[in-house]
Write a protein that binds this ligand. Structure first.
Ligand code: CP3
Length: 374
């Protein structure tokens, strides 16, 4: 990437010539941009008619595990809405599959895993070494997406946090409640730590595959962080995320030292932890470059509380995309942009994923307001 005048100093005319990828990477690094970049968590998926058409013919896992299909689904929302970043069409539970705990998805039961992981013996069954081979389709899909996007649009790789994966794995799928991981953590700390250590190693390996395949940034989803009491968060979730980030930093600094990206060669890492508003210090301590702010926390408070060298991403309430009119979505988008006016390092996003009932005209209204923000 060329470093433009805008990346070195204040936004001038050069800033208007930013590509989507530069805009996104500048925002991750808290450098000036022409307007904030925009992408949406779960932007690929059921809200899009072109996704639903493919799902008529293929199961969710077929889409995720066939590189050509995963690449196509990844690109669909970028083509339709012109997002500044693409996120690989995959799932956080792919890491569990890489460890040997398979899963399936269906409309009525959600995620179902082959077994529920409850004991030391279950943890011993997980095999980190086999992961790169089992997940061979992930880098293949990413290379296809990268080839289609070129250097125009940013490409985000992702994984779940160890804690969030543990909640699904201990329950054996998606459920209304996740008591088993909580009780493992509270009553059998030794086994929980064995599991968290294995998950940490697996997530690092899974993210390494994605980094080698050319992603521009990584997001770690800690969607179940908020199930923990604030005093439990660091031991159950935060410290493992921190370990993942420091390991990736050490290895990517080595492998990307010769990248043509100059200052952007330090891979930005976004941590999205849902419902952990009592844990800002723990979240900062993970070493994340950008923190995702969920929709239940006022963005103005996040701006006030968090240091200005940390990027912020979020946080329009996802339900508005289904419930509200395009005018109301546009007004709320404009309000959030005003809250962040003048702060470098802002990435526009929702405060959680796009719901299946999101209306296309609402997503379009959101994107248009961000792109025209001056
Ligand atoms: O567009 C994108 O963001 C990329 C694709 C993506 C999916 N899942 C596809 C998916 C990403 C980034 C995820 C992450 C993910 N998966 C998270 C973290 C984000 C969050 O929402 O908190 C979590 C917790 C999961 C686990 C998961 N996957 C559940 C609980 C479910 C079933 C419930 C549901 O949302 O339907 C899934 C299935 C899933 N993952 C679908 C999609 C598009 C639905 C499959 C379909 O109906 O076709």
């Amino acid at each position: 990437m060329q470093t433009t005048a805008a990346t070195a100093g204040s936004p001038g005319p050069a800033a208007t010539a930013l590509t989507s990828r530069q805009r996104f990477l500048n925002a991750c690094a808290c450098w000036p941009v022409d307007h904030p970049p925009v992408w949406l968590m779960r932007q690929a998926g059921r809200a899009l008619p072109e996704y639903r058409a493919l799902r008529q013919k293929h199961s969710f896992l077929d889409l995720a595990q066939t590189p050509e299909l995963a690449a196509e689904v990844t690109l669909q929302p970028v083509r339709r809405f012109g997002f500044d970043a693409a996120i690989l069409f995959s799932d956080i539970l792919v890491t569990a599959e890489g460890l040997g705990q398979k899963f399936r998805f269906d409309e009525t039961n959600g995620i179902q895993m082959d077994f529920a992981l409850r004991s030391t013996a279950d943890v011993a069954r997980l095999d980190v070494k086999a992961l790169p081979e089992r997940l061979h389709y992930v880098p293949r899909a990413l290379r296809l997406v990268r080839a289609a996007l070129g250097k125009q649009t940013a490409l985000i790789g992702f994984a779940g946090s160890p804690w969030t994966l543990a909640t699904f794995m201990a329950e054996g799928g998606s459920r209304d409640h996740y008591p088993h991981a909580l009780s493992l953590f509270r009553k059998d700390r030794k086994t929980y730590f064995e599991l968290a250590e294995k998950l940490t190693a697996a997530i690092i390996a899974h993210l390494q595959l994605q980094i080698e395949a050319g992603v521009d940034a990584i997001q770690i989803f800690d969607s179940h962080g908020g199930l923990l009491a604030p005093l439990e968060f660091q031991e159950a979730s935060g410290r493992w995320i921190k370990e993942i980030i420091s390991s990736l930093r050490t290895s990517t600094l080595r492998s990307r030292a010769t990248a043509e990206d100059g200052p952007h060669s330090a891979l930005p890492i976004i941590v999205f932890s849902l419902g952990t508003h009592g844990n800002w210090d723990d979240l900062l301590a993970t070493g994340a470059n950008v923190l995702g702010i969920d929709w239940r926390f006022p963005l103005a408070d996040a701006r006030r509380l968090l240091p200005c060298d940390i990027g912020l991403q979020g946080n329009l309430a996802p339900a508005l995309l289904g419930d509200a009119t395009p005018e109301a979505v546009a007004a709320e988008t404009a309000r959030l942009l005003e809250v962040m006016r003048g702060r470098n390092g802002y990435i526009f996003n929702l405060g959680h994923g796009v719901p299946p009932e999101a209306r296309l005209e609402n997503i379009a209204a959101l994107v248009e307001v961000v792109k025209n923000f001056k």
